[in-house]
Design a protein around this ligand. Structure first.
Ligand SMILES: CC(C)[C@H](C(=O)O)[C@@H](O)C(=O)O
Ligand code: SF4
Length: 482
């Protein structure tokens, strides 16, 4: 077979289509970047570096900014001022605002109808498209891979390189296919799936690789669910996560404001459709997962690979890592995860703050009340998600249940804006990282799906969300009869 007809992977096609200069022993490859997303935390130093070197951003039209990490989720006070947590947080926001204004970079600021978490707004605006290379100074850039885009999280100095050159230096990663077949059981969603996958392959299971998620389970996922899966690729150590674009992808994009229109859209679809792995193409590694065996899954430890099914017992400390995690969490090896009292529930973050996530949480909360011990925060991923959720009354359901409905942002996922979990408190969170102190000093985090999080909020302890679904169905059946 000649190299021209050699079957290639989706990753190889993306890589080859953007290769400016191949990698050599002396230097990494040079890749062209189609979309550069920036936020207030990792861009200030990059702009400062450019300025110090007398350089200007090169493709300001391919660079888009938003405010998400340091932004308050409470509205402005009577004095019109936003309640920033720290002066530093406000300074980061002001700096990005100044940098974007000076260079003519589009910024989704507080007055924009499109501001939100960077990995929520890119897709929702249709800026994120199949076949692109996308970077952002943020590790969860992997989210955009759900559209068949090669999306890398990069460091602050690389943000500077991309601003100046629109190119990125990269060593070519290896490929890992995660083949997932079968139907997810009721009450089991994309978050359970990806937590299970990371539990299977380990937090370093994807190191040095770009993961392509494949198989019937993946094809059956909505775009929101595909984003949840790709989002956490980085938590398995992978450089990026990918899902080949298909009809689900195109139907999603057709409704977005920045995707091509009319005949341009049809031409784009023809081009996008090329971005898939050819039959017979070889991956460096393959893993197989049976989706039908997955149960609602939570983390029990201090990294996203320490997972357990909701009805399982915690492991005995098998190594020093696990012993340390159990000690931090205050859990005993071999004890049950279910039944533990919960103090805080957070529904939000770039993993699970889209409309379908909020609908799931609201489905459990409807007609119920958050347990008196629990503080529950629901934070939409973007202004758009907030508007859509309010248009269908989800905010009313959430508030009536006693949860707090907030302004969009990263919020309690990383607690940079002052939305904190207290020391020693146990939080069930739909975010993606459960590291020590991630949600506040001494805070303890169980990562879970929006369904599980909402069920735990109602019960005031760790519970199996499937019981709450059954109750919800029964309750509405009774209502219909009456
Ligand atoms: C602040 C930012 C650099 C960081 C990241 O890179 O991921 C944050 O988004 C996170 O989730 O930890
Ligand atoms: S929501 Fe959390 S994980 Fe996502 S970008 Fe913000 S801080 Fe990072």
């Amino acid at each position: 077979m000649t190299s021209a007809t050699q079957p290639s992977t989706l990753f190889d096609k993306l890589w080859d289509a953007h290769l400016v200069a191949p990698e050599s022993e002396a230097a990494p490859a040079v890749l062209y970047i189609d979309l550069h997303l920036i936020h207030e935390v990792t861009s200030p130093q990059a702009f400062a570096e450019l300025e110090a070197r007398g350089l200007k951003p090169r493709r300001t039209d391919l660079t888009k900014g938003t405010l998400d990490h340091s932004t308050p989720t409470l509205p402005a006070g009577a004095d019109g001022r936003l309640p920033y947590y720290t002066a530093e947080a406000e300074h980061q926001v002001d700096t990005l605002r100044r940098n974007c204004a000076r260079h003519g970079i589009e910024l989704f600021d507080f007055d924009s109808a499109h501001r939100g978490i960077v990995h929520v707004i890119g897709p929702e605006l249709g800026l994120t498209q199949p076949g692109q290379t996308i970077v952002c100074g943020d590790s969860h850039t992997a989210t955009h891979g759900a559209f068949g885009a090669l999306a890398f999280g990069i460091g602050t100095s690389e943000v500077g390189h991309v601003l100046a050159t629109q190119c990125l230096l990269q060593r070519k990663p290896k490929t890992l296919a995660i083949n997932i077949e079968g139907e997810l059981a009721p009450g089991v969603g994309a978050k359970d799936l990806i937590l299970h996958v990371i539990g299977e392959i380990g937090v370093n299971g994807g190191t040095g690789h770009v993961i392509e998620y494949r198989g019937s389970t993946v094809r059956a996922l909505s775009m929101d669910e595909r984003m949840t899966v790709c989002n956490m690729s980085i938590e398995a150590g992978a450089r990026a996560g990918l899902i080949a674009p298909d009809r689900v992808t195109y139907d999603y994009l057709a409704k977005t404001p920045r995707a091509p229109r009319g005949a341009d859209f049809e031409r784009a679809v023809a081009r996008w459709s090329e971005f898939k792995t050819d039959p017979g193409a070889r991956f460096d590694r393959e893993v197989h997962i049976d989706a039908s065996t997955i149960k609602p899954t939570l983390t029990w430890g201090t990294h996203p690979g320490q997972v357990a099914a909701v009805d399982a017992a915690l492991p005995q400390a098998g190594d020093a890592d696990e012993a340390k995690a159990l000690a931090y969490m205050g859990f005993e090896g071999g004890s049950a995860l279910a039944g533990r009292p919960v103090d805080v529930v957070f529904v939000g973050s770039c993993t699970n703050s889209r409309l379908s996530d909020l609908r799931q949480a609201a489905e459990v909360l409807r007609g119920r009340h958050v347990h008196p011990r629990v503080r529950m925060l629901v934070v939409p991923g973007s202004e758009q998600v907030k508007r859509d959720a309010e248009a269908e009354g989800l905010d009313a359901v959430i508030r009536a249940a006693g949860a707090e409905w907030r302004e969009p942002g990263c919020s309690m996922c990383i607690a940079m804006n002052g939305d904190l979990v207290g020391a020693g408190q146990l939080a069930v969170s739909t975010s993606n990282r459960n590291f020590e102190g991630r949600q506040g000093k001494g805070a303890r985090t169980l990562l879970a799906s929006p369904l599980t999080a909402a069920a735990c909020a109602v019960a005031g302890r760790v519970v199996d969300p499937r019981d709450y679904l059954a109750h919800a169905a029964q309750a509405s059946a009774v209502q219909e009869v009456a």
